[in-house]
Design a protein around this ligand. Structure first.
Ligand SMILES: [Zn+2]
Length: 143
């Protein structure tokens, strides 16, 4: 059999299904209500954002808590083009590691800045999209 004997066609498959965030559901429910839900380890006190059911440092149980929607950029860079869901804002968009107040961990996220400043220490505040489906449906703006 050679390649001319292989019968091939182009097909497109579309799957519709419900994706479950399982134990991280409180985090996404928080985003849907404009809140950042973290968890604090009852053993070592480490605060995880996004929340985790079990501490990855000591395997202790955690308790959820809401953090303020504010933080600062640890490091960031300007993107050459805004992702589709943020392009309509008409402002420079960066990718950054943001440390939210009260969290022990940083979060990789999009940052929108009218000045294009994504430098370390820049203060940011969370914004939430109209529908939370993925972690990309919230971002920060510089303040
Ligand atoms: Zn711990």
């Amino acid at each position: 059999m050679n390649s001319n004997d292989i019968y091939e066609v182009d097909l497109t498959d579309v799957y519709h299904y419900k994706f479950s965030y399982g134990g991280q559901s409180p985090y996404f429910q928080g985003l849907a209500h404009g809140k950042l839900v973290a968890s604090r380890c009852q053993g070592c006190g480490h605060t995880w954002l996004p929340m985790r059911k079990v501490c990855s440092r000591c395997y202790g149980d955690t308790a959820n808590l809401e953090l303020p929607n504010r933080g600062e950029i640890l490091t960031g860079l300007s993107l050459p083009a805004a992702p589709k869901h943020l392009a309509g804002l008409g402002m420079p968009v960066g990718s950054a590691l943001v440390l939210v107040e009260g969290s022990s961990t940083c979060i990789k996220t999009f940052v929108v800045s009218s000045t294009g400043n994504f430098s370390k220490g820049t203060r940011v505040e969370a914004r939430f999209g109209p529908e939370i489906r993925t972690i990309a449906d919230f971002w920060f703006v510089t303040v």
